[in-house]
Design a protein around this ligand. Sequence first.
Ligand SMILES: [Ca+2]
Ligand SMILES: [Ca+2]
Ligand SMILES: [Ca+2]
Length: 539
Amino acid sequence: MKRLVSASAVVLIGLTSCRLPAPASSVTAILASPTTPPTPSTPILPTSTPDTRPRIDSPAWLKDAVLYEIFPRSFYDADGNGIGDLAGIAQKLDYIQSLGANTVWLTPHYPSNTYHGYAVTDYLTVNPDFGTLDDFKKLAAELHRRDMRLIVDFVANHASNEHPYFKDALGNPASQYADWFQFTNAGHTEYKSFYGVQELPEWNHDNPAVNDYLINAGLFWLEAGADGLRCDYAIGVDRDFWAQLRASVKAKHPDAVLLGEVWDAAPARLLRYFNAGFDALFDFPWYLSLSSTAEAVGKGVLNGTALASELQGPYRLMQLYYPIGAQVVRFASNHDTNRIASAALGDPRKMKQAAALALLTPGIPMIYYGEEIGMAGIKGTGPIYDEYVREPMDWAAGETGSGMPTWFRPNSQFNTPNDGISVEEQDPLADSLLNFYRQLGQLRAAHPALRSDTFTIMEAVKGCTTCIGMWRWSKSADGADNELIALVFNFGGDAVTVDLSDQAIAPASLASAQPLLEPTSAPTLAIPPHGILALHWPA
Ligand SMILES: [Ca+2]
Ligand SMILES: [Ca+2]
Ligand SMILES: [Ca+2]
């Protein structure tokens, strides 16, 4: 394995000293100030100094990935037994592609004694609720035929209490698996488990046989067609294990992605896991700034209870702190958080901001299934818990008919018939949230600047204290892809008119700009409450 440079080698440097390319001449012309005409030697974009950060060789395809997270039980039920399945996912790939997504992340597809699947009883086959190994291979093949990718969940911190090795070892110190778990008493009847949940006994990673077993399981799924492993609760497993996993995976599958869940607000924590060998991590510092906590409603930058500038830091970390080539996955919700529609208090303007932040700003976007139609959901406090944020995908207005999973149907569920939240209701409406997501996906695909890693965060947005703003740009040798984009998000409840004339990159002439999100309107610097300014200057 390639040994990555330690955290101590990374020094946080000022924004203006980060590596940014010199602009192409055609972009220079666009950016030229009418009062300070550029000469060929005038740097319009910030000047650069050598970037001394370590480098991660993450697979090239990851840079253009748009993830779609699926909780299989709730997505699409192909055989009509009320439970979503792999064959159902394979039937809905046109839909997933319509969002601009090209990479599916499945939460655990393994046999399990829990509905959520994170208690894995067999690491080497498919949950019969979801289909067969053959169905898995067919899904992977169909994704690959479409130039799409598949990431599977990889649960290395804990097994299930129904896993045969654990059953053999429980209460049996003579078991050949006695040293595979973390028993805490002489009789091996008590053990360390994930957050004390008895169904989730923790693996003993001090035992090399455990590590070999789990790594072989990961390789098994890569050989069966997966393109990456989403590593659950990475923070609960020794970093040496992840380094060993990386070495084993990359030796056989150099293009496979290792994506880690390091749920922590502290960037230093993420850096340690990048250095342990992850290609990508979910950007929890960004998510926690946006929404405050997984359980919060109406909080965070999105809801104006935190300063807009809190969101600046996570972007700057990408340029200044994490290794070169390290990727962050930007998400507004996942299967462990309140759904973003509920966290945004049902305000469609905020839902659109969250969508545009995920899909248009630097980072790899992720859409959590159902987010694109504004499905609501707040984690329960008992007796029902996270099922509320994993409700069946609302395909149909009446929540009946082909494909609708029905496994979860309590009276207390959040998404109900004829509530405007369904694919059927939103598909024909031009201004629906669903079609807004599709528009964002198309924009991202059409504009290289929205996929480029060249960007700069505005120090401040003149005229708006509740805004964050950024410039994104792209260049190509022949100039065809040269483009500059300005994105400003107003998280405040007042309309504002911003001034982009004193930025490091600007002044840019508004007259030559084109609106990205409202192609029929004239360019303007006015942003409505909870609104988005998106302008581009094509080459
Ligand atoms: Ca089914
Ligand atoms: Ca652990
Ligand atoms: Ca509905």
